[in-house]
Write a protein that binds this ligand. Structure first.
Ligand code: TYD
Ligand code: MG
Length: 459
């Protein structure tokens, strides 16, 4: 008798195959395929019984509970358009070590200090470690509860029993569903696997909605996607926040990638110090503080990040090539745009750099990928190649087109205002630009070649 093929599911990545194979064709893991019928339903700890499952007129839906409650950490609330909504689920993603735990500990402490009961589920650090960290950050309010656990059942019990109005799970990769049968760990996937992360998140989303507790899930993600688990949760949660920065710099940027309760354009700025994260009121000080003027290769760019305008220093270094092949390397910039800008400089301004290495970077750990940075990159490269410094109070903004033309950048008035505020009195802009604010001289250029002639950087 022919054996009928049974569907199998990979307990690591969750993909299915029509028959059993030794190695999952999707994630490449060995011995992870289990017959679907044998997986059985995973036990849900959330009481799913809900008697309010009847349709109601949309106009009668109560919206009062969808009001954001401020946490007390201003920059965090600003990005969330007010604060956390009861019953909502927020995913905070970021690279390991960037400061996610620190930020949320501060959020919890601020909320608890305002008289709320809040719960930190620490699945990575012991309660002892968390207390030591919390002491560095300030007084610990009595309403801040901690549970050091990794089992999702224990987490759910703790939330139901202690009734907090804010719970933080740090991190979603470290919590897991215990196997029904001890020793049968692989049956539901290892902690941190896509299956486990999704299943735990699903239960926590159910809990957040049924108990109306604002929930924040911490997810470690890396730029190269090495820790991809939390990315698969983005559609399940209400809000996705991204915490970024360069570990070697103090500046941290918080932005909303997705937000069901408000706009996503805001940017929160923090500085990591010895006593935790502090709001940055004047990013110009942090970003331009160590700038050297009178040196070739540097120019300031008024960059737009969300709703903020940040003045950043753009630097380029052109040196004779160190290896057999000329290098083009960027930090905080789009590498493809650098190569394109160099091609335009070569073709339309006669600046050919075939045997030179070209490095371009944004100081301070900020990432600028907008086309509006092109003109500043072109000027910095030309300035370094010519060994001629640009004026110290010069900023530049504009997109470089393939014919060497300088095109308009978005939000020009905002950029010019910020440049004027920080004392920049000359700004190189596209020829089509309208008048700028008082006190600023606009240097209008139509082409890259014109810009280089203006600053005597032509080869
Ligand atoms: P952490 O919040 O543990 O990062 P994550 O949860 O994203 O992995 O923060 C990690 C770094 O922050 C750590 O290297 C130490 C540093 N840090 C400070 O510089 N100052 C402080 O007050 C704290 C608490 C941490
Ligand atoms: Mg952490």
């Amino acid at each position: 008798m022919a054996k009928t093929a049974k569907r199998h599911r990979c307990i690591d990545c969750g993909s299915t195959t029509a028959r059993w194979v030794g190695r999952c064709p999707t994630c490449g893991e060995w011995n992870t395929l289990v017959e679907e019928s044998q997986l059985g339903p995973l036990v849900r700890a959330v009481d799913a019984l809900d008697l309010s499952m009847m349709p109601v007129p949309l106009s009668s839906v109560d919206v009062s509970e969808a009001v954001a409650v401020p946490t007390g950490v201003d920059e965090f609330d600003r990005v969330l358009a007010g604060g956390l909504v009861p019953g909502s689920v927020t995913l905070l993603g970021g690279e390991p070590g960037i400061g996610k735990s620190t930020l949320l500990l501060q959020v919890l402490a601020a909320r608890a200090a305002a008289g709320h009961r809040v719960l930190l589920v620490s699945a990575e650090e012991s309660a002892h470690q968390v207390r030591l960290r919390a002491e560095r950050l300030g007084p610990i309010p009595p309403g801040l509860l901690i549970l050091s656990a990794t089992d999702i059942g224990a987490v759910i019990t703790a939330v139901v029993e202690s009734e907090p109005d804010l719970v933080v799970i740090d991190s979603i990769q470290a919590v897991a569903i215990s196997p029904a049968v001890p020793g049968e760990r692989r049956a539901a996937g290892v902690p941190g696997s896509v299956t486990q992360v999704r299943e735990c998140a699903d239960q926590l989303v159910g809990l957040a909605k049924s108990r109306r507790v604002a929930t924040v899930l911490v997810g470690h993600v890396t730029k190269d996607g090495a820790l991809a688990g939390p990315r698969t949760l983005e559609h399940m949660v209400d809000t996705v926040l991204s915490f970024e920065g360069d570990r070697h710099h103090a500046l941290r940027l918080l932005s909303a990638v997705k937000h069901r309760f408000g706009p996503t354009g805001e940017l929160g700025l923090f500085e990591m110090g010895d006593l935790g994260l502090n709001r940055v009121d004047d990013p110009g000080r942090l970003l331009l503080g160590d700038r050297l003027t009178g040196v070739p290769g540097g120019v300031v760019l008024p960059a737009v990040q969300g709703r903020r305008t940040l003045l950043v220093e753009l630097q380029a270094l052109v040196t004779p090539m160190g290896q057999a092949q000329a290098k083009r390397s960027v930090v905080g910039l789009d590498g493809g745009r650098l190569v394109m800008t160099l091609a335009v400089l070569g073709r339309h301004a006669g600046l050919l750099l075939p045997s030179m290495d070209v490095f371009a970077s944004v100081a301070g750990g900020i990432r600028v990928t907008e086309p509006a940075a092109d003109l500043a990159v072109a000027l910095a490269v030309a300035s370094s190649a010519a060994g001629k410094a640009l004026p110290p109070n010069l900023a530049a903004v504009g997109e470089v087109g393939l014919s060497g033309e300088i095109r308009q950048a978005t939000n020009l008035p905002r950029r010019l205002e910020e440049a004027a505020r920080l004392g920049f009195d000359q700004v190189v802009v596209p020829a089509s630009s309208p008048e700028g604010p008082g006190g600023i001289e606009l240097i209008r250029v139509g082409t890259v070649s014109e810009a280089m002639t203006r600053f005597a950087c032509r080869p």
